[in-house]
Design a protein around this ligand. Sequence first.
Ligand code: ZN
Ligand code: ZN
Length: 359
Amino acid sequence: MEGRLARLREAMGRRGYEAVWITRANNRYYLSGFRSSAGALLITRERSCLITDFRYVEAARQGAPDFEVHRHGQAPEEDMLAVGRRILEEESVRNVAFEAGDLSWAAGEELRERWRGFEVLPDRGLVEELRLVKDPSEAEAIATACRIAEEALEEALPELKPGVRESDFALALEFAMRRRGAEGVAFDFIVASGPRGALPHGYASERRVEAGELVTIDFGAVWRGYASDVTRTVAVGRVDAEQRRVYEIVRAAQQAGLEAIRPGARGAEVDAVARERIAREGFGPAFGHSLGHGVGLDVHEAPRLAAGSEDRLEPGMVVTVEPGIYRPGWGGVRVEDTVLVTADGYRNLCTSSKELRVL
Ligand code: ZN
Ligand code: ZN
C-alpha cells in the first residue's frame, strides 16, 4: 500500500492537487487495503487519513495500518465533511480534488458549500489510472477468480440439459463458485439460450433450454475483491452446421484478437483485428459491441479494446477479448477470456476449452 500511496502523491503533484478526497469504494480499498461500504480517504502530501463511522473504526485500524483512522458522527458538526474540513485546515492546503465520477451533483455541491474557502476541484481518473497496471498480487487474484469461475462451470455444465431454466443453471453456477471460495459473483450472469442468444446482455431468465440450442454463458467470480469475466457458448443436445459455422467464426476472431495483444498495441488496433475476421464472413453488423475491456477491482474498467480507443497496452494490464455474433430470431455466440498483458504478448488467465461443446 505504501507504494500505491507514493504513486498517488506523484500523480497528485502532476495534477497540482494538494489534497484528494477519495470516496469510490474500490479506490478506497485499492489505496488503503480496507474494504467498507462507507467512508472516505483524505490524502495530503504528508498525511493519509481514513474517515469512517462507528461500525468500521476498529476494523479499519487493523485493516489499514498505513492510515490515521478518524471516526465521524452523524450531526453536521461532526460528520464526514466536518472531519475532512478540520484536516484540510490543519494541513493549510489551498485545494482539494474529489472524484467527480463518484458523487452525485447534489453531493458535489454540498462539498463545495461545506468546504468554502478551499478550491474544490472535480477530478476524473486519478486512482483509476494507477489501477491500470496490475502488480503481481493483483494479477494472481484475477487469475484465481478466473480459475474459480472455470472450475465452477465444469461442475455445473452437466446440469445444463433440455428443460432446465436459465435461472436455475445460473444458480448452480453461482453455488459452485461460492463453494470454491468466491466472495460473490462479479456481475449478474448472462445465460442466454436459443433465440435469447441474440441479446448480448441476456441475463438468465425463466426460459427453459431446448435441445438443439446454443447457450451463451457469461460469468465471473470475485476473489479478494478482484473480478474475472469469462464467456463460453455451448450446444445442448445437438448442433447443426450453421451453428457450428458461426461458432467457428467467433472462435477464430477471438484467437486473432488474442494474438494481437502485446505491449504497445492500441485498443483500436486489437479491436479491428478481431472485427475484420467477423466482417470478412459477412457478419460485421452482427458484432455491435466493442472487443474488450479492462478487468480488476471493477469488472469493467480501463483500458478499452474498441473502435477509436487510443489506450495503449502495457505489461500488467488485464483485459478481456470477447467477440460475438448476434442474429435476431436465430441466436448468438460469444467467446470471452480474461488475459494478462505480458512483456512479450499475453498470458491467458482462462484455460477452459474453447472447442464447441455439445452437452
Ligand atoms: Zn463477460
Ligand atoms: Zn466482458
